[in-house]
Design a protein around this ligand. Structure first.
Ligand code: NAD
Ligand code: UDX
Length: 470
């Protein structure tokens, strides 16, 4: 079946960039991205491409070329479903915050709503593509819901998990290590798989497109994220040992990464991994393992999260102990709030948890991030404290301990300490001599990303503490 009309449910960090690239590379296909969130769709349609809701290098360029030609953003979900031959589901699947599986399982209510809406609207056969990250065997649930109307419309469910990383999304989509397509091994299933292969074949080589059965595809996504996160927790665990033995974690990472069986990527010690995926997907895997009565497997993967929480806590504790065991009323400047550079996304950012620990100890947190506005930073903290059940009065008092700047110089002026939470390139180019002059002495730098030149800063007079450096 040759696809002429695609609809994507969910215009977020995945739906927006992936559909923009499909539209760019397949000009003969009409691509409509829909969302229930009106302001998000308005931002995708904003004439000024600087106002797109997702910040990603080169995204504005891609949207600028395809939008209005064969790429459309809309809130008219029903019409887009009706017109489409192929529907991608790219809605959020966060960790459940209530009921059965609270704090562990993926909340599939948004996905289920999509399936029910498609079942209600569809009048002709459609291919449904799981783009969201889902627990293994979700395709079975979707198929049951889709078939429940009994109106004769046939649905073929494919799994096509997304492997892009934020900050490099466009590059990752243009030149994917692989795309993965899972489907039923029936003639109809194979035909549906081929329709999706044909789309990616517009710009990827055949060897970059892997096809599997639907369950392997679903499980591969959770597995890939768990393996990636496991590498970070492994090197972060070793960073703690480096700090007490005078080994240097960057040197250790480099030494082991040259072993071709280990490889050099994803071995950068840090203040802890963040982002919307790693924690959520590992928790989901742990939950699935417990559900299938595999407690040893569950415990094994859960340790990746436990270590990550420890790493964030350890960083905050080091700031407090270095500042003579109290940060009460001290100005601690956070350089960076996003969970990594080149994105405006802050979900599960280590900065949130480090700030929480320091605020608990009475610190005044002064934040500068080139892409994250004040409202987002305060909303992140508010959300955390609301989940903890804090009263409104307590939340307001704690929010008053946070100051956000659009000028890094102001954020750094008269600070007791600087903490680097995100590895934005611009932090390396700052005039650190001038910053030193204007800070309280002794002036501390806690480099949670090991991006600054520690020797140079030490020569200026700073007391520098990196991750995994003695
Ligand atoms: P997101 O929160 O940025 O976007 C999801 C969007 O879906 C939201 O704008 C929301 O309003 C919309 N939505 C929810 N229910 C809807 C409905 N019924 N109809 C229409 N729109 C609806 O989330 P995201 O980061 O784009 O992630 C989406 C999925 O992709 C998740 O399952 C995630 O695990 C997975 N994923 C994310 C990344 C990433 O880097 N962010 C990478 C790979 C996979
Ligand atoms: C991740 C996966 O990489 C991607 O394939 C999947 O589709 C979505 O989840 P993302 O979360 O966007 O992507 O970014 P990623 O580059 O994986 O970084 C995640 C976190 O790990 C960030 O906080 C980053 O700073 C941290 N990290 C990454 C490290 O601390 N050390 C590293 O060596 C690599």
């Amino acid at each position: 079946m040759k696809i002429k009309n695609i609809c994507c449910l969910g215009a977020g960090y995945v739906g927006g960039p992936t559909m923009s690239v499909i539209a760019l590379k397949c000009p003969e296909i009409k691509v409509t991205v829909v969302d229930l969130n009106e302001s998000r769709i308005a931002a995708w349609n904003d004439e000024n491409l600087d106002n797109l809701p997702v910040y990603e290098p080169r995204l504005a360029e891609v949207v600028g070329e395809a939008r209005g030609r064969n790429l459309f953003f809309s809130t008219d979900v029903d019409n887009a479903i009706d017109a489409a031959d192929m529907i991608f589901i790219a809605v959020n699947t966060p960790t459940k915050t209530y009921g059965e599986g609270k704090g562990m399982a993926a909340d599939l209510k948004f996905v289920e709503l999509c399936a029910r809406q498609i079942a209600r609207i569809a009048k002709n056969d459609k291919i449904i593509v799981e783009k969201s990250t889902l627990p293994v065997r979700t395709a079975e649930t979707l198929q049951t819901i889709l078939d429940s109307t009994g109106n004769g419309v046939k649905f073929e469910v494919l799994s096509n998990p997304e492997f892009l990383a934020e900050g490099t999304a466009i590059e990752d989509l243009f030149n994917a290590d692989r795309v993965l397509i899972g489907g039923q091994q029936t003639p109809e299933g194979k035909e549906a798989i081929q329709s999706l292969v044909d789309i990616y074949a517009h710009w990827l080589k055949p060897e970059q497109i892997l096809t599997t059965n639907v369950w392997s595809s679903e499980l591969s996504k959770l597995t890939a994220n768990s393996f990636l996160a496991q590498r970070i927790s492994s090197i972060n665990a070793l960073s703690a040992l480096c700090e007490v033995t005078e080994a240097n974690v960057d040197e250790v990472a480099n030494a082991i990464g040259t072993d071709s069986r280990i490889g050099p990527k994803f071995l950068k010690a840090s203040v802890g991994f963040g982002g919307s995926c790693f924690q959520k997907d590992i928790l989901n895997l742990v939950y699935l393992c417990r559900f299938f009565n595999l407690p040893e497997v569950a415990d094994y993967w859960e340790q990746v999260i436990i270590l990550n929480d420890y790493q964030k806590y350890r960083f905050a504790k080091k700031i407090i102990s270095s500042l003579f065991n109290t940060v009460s009323d001290k100005k601690i400047t956070f350089l960076g709030w996003a969970f990594k550079k080149d994105t405006n996304d802050t979900r599960e950012s280590a900065a949130i948890y480090v700030a929480e620990h320091l605020i608990e100890d009475g610190a005044q947190i002064h934040v500068y991030d080139p892409k994250v506005p004040e409202a987002k930073i305060k909303a992140d903290m508010r959300y955390l404290w609301e989940l903890k059940g804090f009263t409104e009065q307590k939340i307001e008092a704690k929010l008053n301990q946070i100051y956000v700047y659009s000028d890094p110089k102001e954020a750094l002026d008269q600070a007791h300490a600087v903490a680097v939470l995100t590895e934005w390139d611009e932090f390396k180019t700052y005039d650190w001599e001038n910053i030193y002059i204007k800070m309280y002495k002794p002036a501390f730098v806690f480099d949670g990303r090991n991006i600054l030149d520690a020797e140079k800063l030490t020569n200026i007079g700073f007391r520098v503490k990196g991750i995994g450096k003695g």
